[in-house]
Write a protein that binds this ligand. Sequence first.
Ligand code: PXL
Length: 272
Amino acid sequence: MKKVLTIAGSDSTGGAGLQADLKTFEEYGVFGFSSITSIVTMDPTAGWSHDVTELPAELLKKQLVSVFAGGPVDALKTGMMGNEENIQTASEFIQPYKVEKIVIDPVIACKGTAEILQPESVEAIKKYLLPQALVTTPNLVEAGILSEMGDLSSIEDMKQAAKKIHQLGAKNVVVKGGHRLGGEKAIDVLYDGITFHVLENELYQTDFNHGAGCTFAAAITAGLAKGLSVEKAVTAAKKFVAKAIENGVRINPYVGHVWHGAYNQAENRMEN
Ligand code: PXL
């Protein structure tokens, strides 16, 4: 059984964050662990505005000690990290275990939720996390910030940003075009330091896609844990998340989530 860890924030509504990660890990048939960095809450009386409560680094470390008590994990991913101290703590803790399959989802700007912007974590992500990344998965805004290129509006821009982020130490960079890129297709650019792969998928016209980014990165992590190459893990993850978006569910008047179980039609399980 492959062991996979997410170091991420909690989204109690279950679409994004560590909840998305653990659900995705289960769908891939790997054993999921979690270390919580922060707790995100939403206020229905204030237009679903988001609030991030960061957990102390000491508590993050205690969780990591618990996770690694049985030895290193096969793969891990990071998501929302909270603050610089949490980033440094996680980075320094995992280093001696030499986990090769590390996916860094550089959560700086959550799609659609302007409230979640973590500009203070940018420098720490660059310094502590990207150099350890086998794969990093910035969205268009995050790639613009990390590459210091600002607004990215074409595939050419995405390629250039991927190259700059690769220079920061990430071995493979997936820049996600998403809806912001415009056009008819969902386009991602994967750069492995030598070759650019432009990956296309259907672009679903839906607002029920909260959690797509976390789910995508978690799927890559699980695929890597199971022995897929980076390119295969990324293409499999694209298919997995496309199904999850296509089958998104309305959660409440404010938000709709991807359905993490869609690829395997998990809703049909355990019927008797
Ligand atoms: O989508 C980015 C994201 C990551 N992690 C947590 C979140 C969100 C968005 O809401 O809540 C915990």
